[in-house]
Ligand binder design. Structure first.
Ligand code: KIV
Length: 296
C-alpha cells in the first residue's frame, strides 16, 4: 500500500470497465458508485476507491442551482465529464445522458452518447424501461456500454407528478420487474433502481443477470449509489435530503465557518500576517522610499 501525499492510503488498482462491473453480479462485496462533477470531487471519490463515478444530471440541482434535472444539456454534461476524466480515475466514469438527448431519434441519441464518451465517459446512463429499448440498442450498436435507470426517474418528474417512491402497487411493481428484464435483454451492463420498496428491489435483483445499483431501494441491491453533495452535507438547507441519504459530514456548515473566519480576520486586520506576506530586503525598502520621494 502506498501513502498519497494528502496522507490517505491508496491501494493500487486496475482500471474498472463496464464488463468488469457486469461480472460482479452477485459478488459478496457490493458495488459502490458516487456522483462527482468536477476534478476535486472526482479526486475524492477516486481516493475513497469507489467502483464507479457517476457524472449525474443531478449536476443541475447540486452544482448549477436548478430545481430539477431537466435543465442540463449534453454540452453541460460533457463539460463536467471532461473535468472528471482529467483526473484519470481507475473508477469507471458513467456519463448521464440528460433529458431530450435520447428522446428524438437514433442518430441524435448516438451522437449525444458519443459526445460523453469523447469527453471521457466509459459508459452512459439513461432513464426509462421498455420505451427506451430503441435508444439503448442504437447506443450499444455504436459500442458504447449502457447503464439503465428505472423506478423513480427524475427526468420524468412532470409526468410522474413529483419525486415519490415508485412501484408500491402490484401493477407498477410488475412493470418495473418487466422493464428491468427488458433492459438486461437489450444489453445494459447494470441498472440503477431509484426509490422503490426494498422487496421490489430484491425481486428485481434476483430476476436479472446484471448488477442492480440502488438509491433509496434498500439493502438487497448489488450495489449502492449516493450523490456526493448529499453524503457530504453540502446541501442547500431548502433542498431537504431524502430519507435514504446517510450524511457522513457537514461540509456546508464547516465551509461557512471557515469562510466566516476569513471574513472576520480581514475585517479585524489579522489577515494577512507577516508570515503570509512577501517582504523586500531593508536596502530595497530604503531605495524604493528614496525613489518615491524623488522620482526620475
Ligand atoms: O443524476 C444522478 O445523480 C443520478 C443518481 C441519483 C442515480 O442519476
Amino acid at each position: 500500500m502506498e501513502i498519497a501525499s494528502a496522507g490517505f492510503p491508496v491501494r493500487t488498482r486496475s482500471q474498472i470497465t463496464a464488463p468488469s462491473i457486469a461480472q460482479r453480479k452477485g459478488a459478496p462485496e457490493p458495488l459502490v458508485m458516487v456522483t462527482a462533477y468536477d476534478a476535486p470531487s472526482a479526486r475524492v471519490v477516486e481516493a475513497a476507491e469507489a467502483d464507479m463515478i457517476l457524472v449525474g444530471d443531478s449536476l443541475a440541482m447540486v452544482v448549477l442551482g436548478y430545481d430539477d434535472t431537466m435543465q442540463v444539456t449534453t454540452e453541460d454534461m460533457a463539460h463536467h465529464v471532461a473535468a472528471v476524466a482529467r483526473t484519470k480515475p481507475k473508477a469507471l466514469i458513467v456519463g448521464d445522458l440528460p433529458w431530450m438527448s435520447y428522446h428524438v431519434d437514433r442518430a441524435e441519441t448516438v451522437r449525444n452518447a458519443a459526445t460523453l464518451v469523447r469527453a471521457g465517459a466509459g459508459a452512459v446512463k439513461l432513464e426509462g424501461g421498455r420505451k427506451r429499448l430503441d435508444s439503448i440498442q442504437a447506443i450499444l450498436d455504436a459500442e458504447i456500454p449502457v447503464m439503465g435507470h428505472i423506478g423513480l426517474t427524475p427526468q420524468s418528474v412532470l409526468a410522474l407528478g413529483g419525486f415519490r417512491v415508485q412501484g408500491r402497487q402490484l401493477d407498477a411493481a410488475q412493470r418495473i420487474v418487466d422493464d428491468a428484464m427488458a433492459l438486461v435483454d437489450a444489453g445494459c451492463f447494470a441498472i440503477v433502481l431509484e426509490c422503490v420498496p426494498d422487496g421490489l428491489a430484491r425481486m428485481v435483483t434476483d430476476s436479472v443477470t446484471v448488477p442492480t445499483i440502488g438509491i433509496g431501494a434498500g439493502r438487497h441491491c448489488d450495489g449502492q449509489v449516493l450523490v456526493y453533495h448529499d453524503l457530504l452535507g453540502m446541501c442547500d438547507d431548502a433542498r431537504r435530503a431524502p430519507k435514504f441519504v446517510r450524511q457522513y459530514a457537514d461540509l456546508e456548515h464547516s465551509a461557512v465557518g471557515a469562510v466566516s473566519a476569513f471574513v472576520a480576520d480581514v475585517r479585524n486586520g489579522s489577515f494577512p500576517s507577516s508570515s503570509e506576506t512577501y517582504h523586500m530586503t531593508d536596502s530595497m525598502n530604503q531605495a524604493l522610499d528614496l525613489y518615491a520621494t524623488n522620482p526620475k
